[in-house]
Write a protein that binds this ligand. Structure first.
Ligand code: C2E
Ligand code: CA
Ligand code: CA
Length: 521
């Protein structure tokens, strides 16, 4: 019994763990999937964004240069310089704007005239008339190599670092190529793949945990951007939620296991309480009269166990017998119940020798050899004869034991009558029943209930009665509640009856009174 319970608890715990684990696994799977698609949406924009920005700045600069040529102010007049100043101030990538005549810088805004760059050869001369100098040592001012664009008499010096504003996020790398030539990269020492080796668009490299993206635009100035961003680490992003989730999960699981343990303890403590109750004589018997159906006189009673709790509550057998069975307490219960009539009904049973008390015998009792002996000793001590106690054995207890068979024989040899209880609720067949030596067959309440209802069981009872007769068994009907049932049972040759119609279970005192009123059959 204990082993079975432990296995049950283990099973329930395992099931709980498996359930929680499944829950977590599916949650993780969901988060992972969500996170991946979110990543795909978030990253990859980098090269495109940087490319669009760089392109816009270059086009804007070209537009500015064209506009400068249209200016009507006299060159190098304060008004002219103010126009240049206005254009430069609103554009952070512009470091200087100059006005040239041939290869001489006449005036400008930004760095001073004296520091004016005079790079030798232009790198590109476009059809539009724009001339460009790539960032190089010859365009260097301070530690910045500038990008110069000139159109007509004006030029603009651009800080190429501002063409590639990667943003504050660490671990991002990006490079800008113009006309296939490296222009600027971030950080300076980044080792970026050449643009033509990178597919346009987004490539996720989960092994290295990065998203590589490329932007490419053919235009007057062909622009290529290669950007590398770390994929947000899945664990990094969800560590917190996972920690909280796991915490709650573990807490719930802990609560569940705690509850299970408490429940088991409670069940165990019920067992302990019952054990004590038996020892202290708190398991008592009530007596439900058994009557002769024709004369309505009393032939005896069935002793039914009741657990009287300290608070005054009475626990019915349906509740505590399963506990007693689990705890191996049934033999004690049987003897505890037996001790009641032997004591409190002794005067009545001595006086009315034909009365007998039915004792419910548990399957456990029939497995222990000493039961017959103990019963004999108890009876001897009370001075009552064997026939004062009849034994009720459930059909369940008869299942396949030679021991039960020989025990029943010995009990009958000593003078006890034996009844098969709850007959029809198990699976015993007539031929099986005939292998036991029995005196009475108790017809189960479920068959009596069916009398006169036309239910299928109402036909079964007829067979049960015939079967009992063919085996030479006398019959007792249980759970009789109406006069109609009594009439039907009499007509079908049933001998005795027991049920609320005659009486509910009574105390010893009430039963004694009952017998004196109804008489003994
Ligand atoms: P059982 O041996 O079949 O006992 C008859 C049960 O039916 C009793 O319930 C009784 O009160 C109830 N009963 C009697 N007449 C009627 C009726 O007309 N209508 C209805 N509705 N019920 C009726 P109880 O006392 O609650 O016992 C329940 C079961 O507990 C018993 O069924 C028996 O299996 C077990 N039990 C009771 N006392 C003992 C005992 O001392 N030892 C063992 N091993 N089992 C016991
Ligand atoms: Ca019984
Ligand atoms: Ca019964």
């Amino acid at each position: 019994m204990r082993r079975r319970r432990e296995r049950l608890i283990l099973g329930i715990s395992l099931a709980a763990f498996a359930g929680v684990a499944t829950m977590f696994a599916s949650l993780l799977w969901y988060l992972q999937r969500e996170s991946l698609s979110a990543e795909e949406r978030l990253v990859g924009g980098l090269a495109a964004t940087l490319g669009a920005d760089a392109e816009a700045m270059i086009l804007d600069t070209r537009q500015l240069l064209m506009e400068f040529e249209q200016l009507t102010e006299p060159r190098c007049s304060p008004e002219h310089l103010q126009r240049l100043q206005q254009a430069a101030i609103g554009r952070k990538y512009i470091r200087a704007i100059g006005h040239w005549r041939a290869t001489d810088r006449q005036c400008g805004v930004g760095f001073l005239q004296a520091q004016a760059l005079r790079p030798a050869r232009a790198d590109r001369i476009y059809d539009s008339g724009v001339i460009a100098w790539w960032p190089s040592p010859q365009t260097q001012v301070g530690d910045v190599q500038l990008f110069l664009m000139r159109y007509g008499d004006h030029d603009v010096a651009i800080d190429p670092r501002d063409l590639l504003d990667v943003g504050p996020l660490q671990q991002r790398q990006a490079g800008l190529w113009v006309e296939g030539l490296p222009f600027v990269q971030f950080p300076r020492d980044a080792e970026l793949p050449a643009p033509r080796t990178v597919p346009i668009g987004l490539t996720l490299d989960r092994v290295r945990g990065v998203a590589v993206s490329r932007f490419s635009r053919e235009g007057e100035l062909a622009i290529d951007i290669v950007a590398i961003e770390p994929l947000d680490s899945f664990w990094g992003r969800y560590a917190r939620s996972l920690a909280v989730g796991s915490g709650i999960g573990l807490l719930l699981l802990g609560g569940f296991v705690y509850g299970l343990v408490r429940y088991t303890r409670y069940r165990l403590s019920m067992g302990t309480l019952l054990r004590k109750a038996v020892a202290r004589g708190r398991v008592r018997a009530m007596y439900q009269p058994v009557v002769d159906l024709r004369s309505r006189k009393c032939v005896g009673a069935e002793a039914l166990a009741r657990w009287k709790m300290d608070g005054g509550d009475t626990v019915p057998p349906d509740e505590f017998i399963p506990i007693a069975e689990r705890e191996g307490l049934m033999p004690e219960i049987t003897l505890a119940v037996l001790s009641n009539p032997l004591k409190e009904l002794r005067p009545l049973l001595t006086q009315e020798q034909r009365l007998s008390i039915n004792l419910n015998v548990s399957p456990e009792d029939l497995k222990a050899e000493q039961f017959v002996q103990t019963l004999a000793e108890r009876l001897a001590a009370s001075g009552l004869p064997e026939r004062s106690i009849k034994l009720e054995i459930t059909e369940r207890a008869l299942v396949n034991t030679d021991l039960a068979r020989s025990m029943i024989r010995r009990l009958r040899e000593r003078g006890h009558e034996v009844a098969v209880d709850d007959f029809g609720t198990g699976f015993s067949s007539l031929s099986y029943l005939s292998t036991f030596e029995l005196d009475w067959l108790k017809i189960d309440k479920s068959f009596v209930d069916a009398i006169g209802t036309g239910a299928a069981t109402s036909h079964v009872i007829v067979h049960v009665i015939e079967m009992a007769r063919s085996l030479g068994l006398r019959t007792v009907a249980e759970g009789v509640e109406t006069e109609e049932q009594v009439q039907w049972l009499i007509e079908h040759g049933v001998d005795l009856g027991q049920g609320f119609y005659f009486s509910r279970p009574l105390t010893a005192e009430q039963f004694t009174e009952y017998v004196s009123v109804k008489g003994v059959a």
